[in-house]
Design a protein around this ligand. Structure first.
Ligand SMILES: NC(=O)c1ccc[n+]([C@@H]2O[C@H](COP(=O)([O-])OP(=O)(O)OC[C@H]3O[C@@H](n4cnc5c(N)ncnc54)[C@H](OP(=O)(O)O)[C@@H]3O)[C@@H](O)[C@H]2O)c1
Length: 248
């Protein structure tokens, strides 16, 4: 991995190792690309049947196949990593999300930067203000999915509760609705859903991934749960601060 980019500047990930848990998903693959672009050595964890989805990165990353909630798999993958990015997904009814979060919390090196993905429905301090539409949609969808034993949103809530309670250097990035498309730049963020800057509720997936990767290098995001929105959305353009980084 070249320590400098095309412009000769040192890349932020040079000499550092990043593990991406859930690397084969849509968000995961974007994160792998951003991490490589920033000079990180990348270790990706994904289910055995999904290894083929990482073929485009063959020879450039190390893949550890296996269930992302497996202690042994995660322990092996995060060994020696400076940062661990985790896609938290509430699949099934066997505590997949909380198992994944716990394995990362247990096995990541002390002091490592840990960044987790989830949706706006996760609240850290109960101060988020949700629209009636959002609340109704989340409740109905959550209940139906649990009944069908496909998804258990409560387990993603439990996963995040464990992360918030941990003494690690965590960031939980709460995504809005997502869309595909070219990158528009680093999303803007707020501590609370309900902030007008987030009103558009839409982020390009590639930009969500960028926020996850760049959060590793931003100490202002340690122990924060930023809710993000695309920086070119109408609400971001209308309400975002124009000065430095930080909550909009
Ligand atoms: N989709 C949205 O609109 C949205 C909105 C806000 C926030 N988010 C957050 O963004 C993150 C990524 O979500 P995404 O929708 O974009 O999905 P994604 O990136 O495609 O990721 C889905 C992940 O779930 C895994 N997965 C799929 N089926 C599974 C199963 N049956 N058992 C175990 N793992 C399974 C996939 O692994 P394989 O590659 O092995 O299938 C992949 O790692 C999540 O943290 C989500 O909460 C999503």
């Amino acid at each position: 991995m070249e320590p400098t980019g095309a412009d000769g500047a040192e890349r932020p990930g040079a000499g550092k190792r990043m593990c991406i848990v859930g690397a084969s998903g849509k968000l995961g693959r974007y994160m792998v690309q951003h991490a490589l672009d920033r000079g990180y050595e990348v270790v990706g964890v994904c289910r055995e049947q999904s290894v083929h989805k990482l073929a485009a990165f063959e020879g450039r990353i190390t893949v550890v196949p296996g269930a992302t909630d497996s202690d042994a798999v995660v322990a092996r993958a995060v060994h020696g990593c400076d940062a661990v990015l985790t896609v938290l997904v509430p699949w099934g009814v066997h505590h997949y999300a909380s198992g994944t979060a716990q394995a990362v919390l247990d096995h990541a090196r002390p002091g490592a930067r840990l960044v987790f993905s989830c949706g706006w429905h996760i609240t850290r301090d109960g101060e988020d203000v949700y629209s009636r539409r959002f609340t109704a949609y989340a409740a109905v969808l959550g209940r139906l999915a649990k009944l069908a034993r496909v998804v258990d949103v409560d387990d993603q809530v439990e996963a995040c509760r464990r992360v918030f309670a941990s003494a690690t250097r965590w960031t939980v990035v709460r995504g809005s609705d997502l869309e595909e498309g070219d990158g528009q730049g680093l999303p803007v963020w707020s501590r609370h859903v309900g902030d007008p800057v987030l009103e558009s509720s839409l982020t390009r997936r590639v930009d969500y991934a960028r926020f996850m990767v760049e959060a590793v290098e931003d100490d202002a995001l340690v122990r924060e749960a930023p809710a993000i929105v695309g920086r070119l959305t109408p609400s971001a353009l209308a309400y975002a601060r124009t000065d430095a980084d930080g909550p909009a």
